[in-house]
Design a protein around this ligand. Structure first.
Ligand SMILES: NC(=O)c1ccc[n+]([C@@H]2O[C@H](COP(=O)([O-])OP(=O)(O)OC[C@H]3O[C@@H](n4cnc5c(N)ncnc54)[C@H](O)[C@@H]3O)[C@@H](O)[C@H]2O)c1
Length: 352
């Protein structure tokens, strides 16, 4: 139990800013160091968020040692080596999603964190959405009955529009298009979020799936500088849930007209839920009871839950691990691998 956790931010690119802002707003913890392989970037970031120390190398930060926990905001391909180094040093870790770049690596990370007894959490951001927590509670209370059908989507359009900058010239986007730079495409980037959201809301795992992924031509020869643009831009997955429901889960970076939106429809035998979020806000509507005869949907009031930074600090302070943990991150990684395997095999595959 750590009364006043000292937190280090590892990787000071675009997502690190939102972590810094969140942790800075939580009483009882402090941001003590920033680390990036680009030392200037780490220094500038530390200056911007009044963080006293910065390093250009995680090894130096670990040798310095004056921190309790790290938020790992490095690119996907760097999560495993850096998290294992932190865990080996006895540090608690909140790691960005996807936990790793394959299921075996994610399992290794979960096992290492559990063996070391450190707090380990994965940033499936949409767990912060009030509508998701309310949907899970309604499903868990039996309000919609057994789920029979579902659809879930995570849609972005940064490959067809420039609202988040030009992906052709910005390395923040280019690494996300290249397997050699540790990306699993839209599947690993945001597909993992929608798989977590759908299965968390339903309270049931996916037991089988059949998937198709697409890489669209985006540059001459499929290459920009050192980046070979070889990972999926769109993915569509037919799924079967443990309770027998069938549905579709899909994600794209070419969903023109959608900047960043997640939708979920759950159809049960006695009711249905419709969830929407853009990461800033969320809404939930329900069709329940006599309303199922006239297909009337009513808004459901939802209360904001604690966000992941608050849950991480609480876990550090109480010594009780928070959710979602590395084990859940590894479960989602198993699904991500299965989606890719199903696409390659051209047929449905079952989760072991
Ligand atoms: N949860 C979410 O909603 C969400 C949203 C965006 C990004 N992410 C995840 O956050 C992570 C970072 O994404 P981003 O958009 O900030 O990327 P980014 O490219 O903007 O930033 C990554 C930073 O990490 C640094 N870095 C690379 N290797 C490192 C290492 N070994 N040690 C220290 N620093 C290292 C880079 O120099 C860069 O500054 C990714 O895993 C991404 O999938 C999650």
């Amino acid at each position: 139990m750590i009364a006043a956790p000292r937190i280090l931010i590892l990787g000071t690119g675009s997502m690190a800013a939102s972590h810094a802002e969140r942790f800075a707003g939580i009483a009882g913890c402090s941001l003590v160091a920033a680390v990036d392989v680009e030392p200037e970037r780490a220094r500038a970031f530390a200056g911007r968020y009044a963080i006293p120390t910065s390093f250009g190398d995680l090894g130096e930060a670990i040798a310095w040692g004056k921190f309790d926990a790290a938020v790992n905001v490095t690119p996907d391909g760097a999560h495993k080596a850096t998290s294992l180094a932190l865990i080996a040093a006895g540090k608690h870790v909140l790691c960005e999603k996807p936990l790793a770049v394959n299921h075996a690596d994610a399992e290794e990370m979960a096992a290492a964190a559990e063996a070391a007894g450190v707090v380990n959490m994965v940033n499936f951001t949409y767990r912060n959405a009030a509508a998701l927590q309310a949907a899970r509670a309604l499903v868990g209370a039996g309000e919609i009955g057994p789920i029979r059908h579902l659809q879930a989507s995570y849609l972005q359009s940064w490959l067809t529009a420039k609202h988040w900058g030009d992906w052709r010239t910005d390395e923040r986007w280019l690494w996300r298009l290249s397997s050699a730079h540790g990306s699993m495409g839209v599947l690993g980037d945001v597909g993992v979020h929608i798989l977590d959201l759908a299965t968390y809301a339903a309270g049931e795992p996916i037991v089988a799936l059949g998937a198709r992924m697409k890489v669209f031509d985006k540059a001459e020869g499929g290459v920009i500088g050192p980046y070979r643009l070889d990972v999926n831009d769109s993915v569509a997955v037919n799924v079967e849930f443990a309770g027998g429901a069938l549905g579709v889960v899909h994600a794209s970076r070419m969903a023109t007209g959608k900047a960043n939106e997640l939708d979920l429809l759950l159809h049960g035998e006695r009711g249905a839920l419709r969830l929407w979020t853009d990461g800033q806000t969320s809404t939930l509507e329900a069709c329940l009871g006599p309303d199922i005869e006239v297909q009337r949907w009513r808004p459901v009031e939802v209360a904001p839950p604690p966000v992941i930074a608050e849950r991480f600090v609480a876990a550090l302070q109480t010594g009780v691990n928070g959710e979602p943990d590395f084990r859940r991150g590894a479960e989602m990684q198993r699904l991500v691998d299965l989606v890719a395997a199903s696409d390659a095999a051209g047929r449905w595959l079952s989760v072991d």
